[in-house]
Design a protein around this ligand. Structure first.
Ligand code: UDP
Length: 314
């Protein structure tokens, strides 16, 4: 098997490269490194089964030789990125998905699209099953990500229906683990950096908004199972263990042994339209893939905290 991972130097993309190499694939990693980091794949440099190409996947992807799988993971993925890189976010979800699908079609490869729980927007159905169409503000700050991913899903289904491309769509819920960017602005990196450096923990709003955090090893295992399945319809991958952001901040203080204090701040502009609740309904993943998360949030936080400690000590 020869697999191409776009965004392969990012947080999830790089863990996916590891998993594909571990199952014996040759891996071609494409990344323009605007939010990815070459350090995430440095351990594979020199491995003859691994190749890194610095490339912007919104441009034509020219690759020699056969390709069996294209996994499209390139995208900024945090609210501060959407504020700083709105056009890049829209382009990689639309033009980048088109190029990735074009590559898959030309090579007769299978394409797996990294979609997101953000397609559900600020959901009015809870928990969210794949059949829910979502509640998205197209012109809000987050709209650039949500709408690009919704377009990407539409484009992927069109390539499947019109060109017969073998496609898979995974809707990924909040995932965490080593290799997350320290300054990516999301709750977990912010809280961990703040807790480990003795700074105030910044909870936006009253902290009653909820998320369901998934350890990346579970996310990656679900993605590989979906890739190997025959399912064309979207599949949620996430841990249904839901908690409030306030409880999450308290858990991080407890697990890091920090003396940091919690402070409540008004939502910054990029967090307007912040989903109030989020929890995956994983009935479909359980039934079709026989997948469910194996790690609790606490278990996943142990290696994640160790990673953040190490990076902050540099
Ligand atoms: N959040 C927060 N403090 C921060 C960063 C985020 O309270 O320093 C909140 C944010 O408003 C949201 C939740 O944490 O309600 C999760 O935000 P994140 O950006 O991690 O993920 P997403 O909203 O994309 O799920």
């Amino acid at each position: 098997m020869r697999s191409v991972v776009t965004g392969g130097a990012g947080f999830l993309g790089s863990h996916l490269c590891d998993a594909l190499l571990a199952r014996g694939d040759e891996v071609v990693c494409l990344d323009n490194l605007i939010t990815g980091n070459a350090d995430n794949i440095a351990h594979h440099i020199g491995n003859s089964k691994f190749r890194f190409i610095q490339h912007d996947v919104t441009e034509y992807i020219a690759l020699e030789g056969p390709v069996d799988n294209v996994l499209h993971f390139a995208s900024p993925a945090s609210p501060i990125d959407y504020l700083k890189l709105p056009i890049q976010t829209l382009k990689v979800g639309s033009l980048g998905t088109h190029k990735a699908l074009g590559l898959a079609k030309a090579k007769g490869a299978r394409l797996l699209l990294a979609s997101t729980s953000e397609v559900y927007g600020d959901p009015q159905v809870h928990p969210q099953p794949e059949s829910y169409w979502g509640h998205v503000n197209p012109i809000g700050y987050r709209g650039v990500y949500d709408e690009a991913k919704r377009f990407a899903e539409a484009m992927t289904m069109a390539y499947h229906r019109v060109h017969g491309v073998e496609t898979r769509i995974v809707r990924i819920f909040n995932s965490f683990g080593p290799r997350m960017r320290l300054a990516d602005g999301r709750a977990l990196p912010n809280f961990l950096c703040q807790a480990l450096q003795g700074e105030d923990i910044t909870v936006f709003g009253d902290g009653s908004q909820t998320r369901s955090f998934t350890y990346m090893a579970d996310t990656v295992a679900g993605i590989i199972k979906l890739l190997e399945s025959n399912e064309h319809d979207p599949v949620n991958i996430g841990n249904p263990q839901e908690m409030s952001i306030l409880a999450f901040a308290q858990l991080i203080i407890e697990m890091t042994g920090s003396r940091s204090k919690l402070v409540r701040l008004p939502f910054p502009p990029e967090f307007k339209d912040d989903p109030k609740v989020r929890q995956p309904d994983i009935t479909r993943a359980r039934r079709i893939l026989g997948w469910e998360p194996k790690h609790t949030i606490r278990e996943g936080l142990v290696p994640t905290i160790a990673y953040f400690r190490k990076r902050l000590a540099l």
